[in-house]
Design a binder for this molecule. Structure first.
Ligand code: NIG
Ligand code: FE
Length: 414
């Protein structure tokens, strides 16, 4: 048992037995692309054995070896096991809410108009700056608990609602402190006190040196009204030099060159892609940049959905995430995202599962340890309250997650 698991709550050995189904993306490669994205292994009448926080074995009940010694057993009858879900794109470090803005949008105001009028992202910046580090820690912990209840056992979160040195760094510490994977979204919006170039001068000189020690990746919002392609290139090149992996918010409303820039700079991912056309799809199909699709955001803003089917068919590596944030996607549920993937993006349930497990893990550079149910992987397991795992996507808005095991510990059991 590793030190991290020497808590009274983590059994040395945990056996989930008599599962109706155990499902995992096939093979060991990552990311999965093309036809490989839809290949899953389904074991019926199955078990998963966890030891020391890792998966020791999975298999059919008939092949379960007899064992001696202490073991905690969970009854899996009528349930299905899938890998713990991986949310590779969230904005979980924010204070306040945007419920007023939500109501205004419901009566016709557009997201871009509210942003241009000093609301939108900048209103969350004001609330986040006022929250203090303890307030931010509490906010991330609260949001993490919501995600966990929906089956997310690993989450990435961006900063980006501070846009000043202290709040950006406090955000990254709060995310890491809650066990999240921190991304410095240092170029999310232009704060009202500066213009875009002056803000980047400040951010790269004053924040990047410390942010690079706390974050794993950097991210930029490349869009009209945020940062243009010249500014995005400048920001990302400086971040790459500082050792950060690169990600972009691109083609959310308009194509501004995010896809070619992501490929040129060797970014891990380009995220959103609701406005991406044929050229961008072809380019991504021939690249190693992962296309991270966020259908809850398109739904929440009543925007066109990204062309997921075309991306998969072009050979692009596609991942799914929630984009959880207070403005464009107040939604922490990857099961709901899987439902949207099947109903709106025309992906199969198998493709949706792979996109928010192994491919999302790849975006976070963790595909050797999370995203699959296989020996040696972290013991992150979601038990669905159904004998057919495809209810994950089929039960739209349903309460399908019965139990969550993280690192061998049962962290939710309803
Ligand atoms: O991914 N587009 C930029 N950023 C977020 C939204 C942030 C907000 O509205 O607070 C997104 O949609
Ligand atoms: Fe986002």
């Amino acid at each position: 048992m590793t030190a991290a698991n020497e808590s009274a709550d983590v059994p040395a050995r945990l056996l989930v037995r008599d599962l109706a189904q155990l499902v995992t993306p096939s093979g060991g490669a990552s990311p999965l692309r093309g036809e490989g994205l839809g290949e899953v292994d389904v074991l019926e009448d199955a078990f998963v054995l966890c030891e020391g926080g890792k998966i020791a074995a999975v298999g059919r009940m008939q092949d379960l070896e007899p064992f001696a010694g202490d073991i905690v057993e969970l009854d899996g009858r009528g349930l299905s096991a899938i890998p713990g879900l991986v949310d590779c794109h969230t904005h979980a470090c924010f204070a306040g809410d945007r419920v007023e803005e939500f109501a205004l949008r419901a009566s016709g105001a557009s997201y871009e108009e509210l942003h241009a009028a000093g609301g939108g992202i900048l209103s969350t910046v004001r609330a986040t700056r006022a929250a203090g580090e303890d307030g931010l820690r509490a906010a991330v912990r609260r949001h993490k608990a919501w995600m966990l209840r929906s089956g997310t056992t690993t989450f990435e979160s961006k900063s980006g609602y501070g846009l000043d040195r202290d709040t950006e760094l406090a955000s990254l510490r709060a995310i890491a402190g809650a066990g999240g994977v921190p991304t410095w979204l240092g170029a999310h919006a232009v704060p009202s006190e500066l213009d875009a170039d002056a803000y980047l001068d400040f951010a790269l000189a004053e924040v990047l040196p410390e942010a690079a020690k706390l974050a794993e990746a950097a991210d930029v919002f490349l869009e009209q009204g945020a940062f243009d392609v010249r500014q995005a290139r400048r920001f990302l090149e400086a971040c790459r030099t500082a050792g950060l992996a690169l990600r972009l918010h691109g083609d959310q409303f308009t194509e501004q060159g995010a896809v070619p820039l992501a490929v040129e700079l060797g970014a891990r991912s380009v995220d959103h892609l609701e406005a991406t056309g044929d050229d961008g799809i072809r380019t991504l199909g021939a690249s190693d940049v992962v296309a991270v699709l966020l259908p809850a955001s398109a739904l929440f803003l009543d925007r066109p959905m990204p062309r997921a089917r075309d991306l998969v068919d072009a050979g692009a590596a596609v991942a799914l995430a929630t984009d959880f944030n207070p403005g464009s996607a107040f939604c922490e549920s990857l099961p709901l995202v899987c439902s949207l993937a099947c109903t709106q993006l025309h992906l199969a349930p198998e493709e949706a599962l792979a996109a928010c497990t192994v491919n999302a893990a790849h975006v976070l550079d963790r595909s050797a340890t999370i995203g699959r149910l296989a020996p040696g992987y972290e013991a992150d397991v979601v038990l669905l309250d159904t004998s057919d795992w495809r209810y994950l996507a089929y039960h739209l808005g349903g309460d399908v997650v019965k139990a969550v095991i993280r690192r061998g510990e049962v962290v939710k059991d309803s």
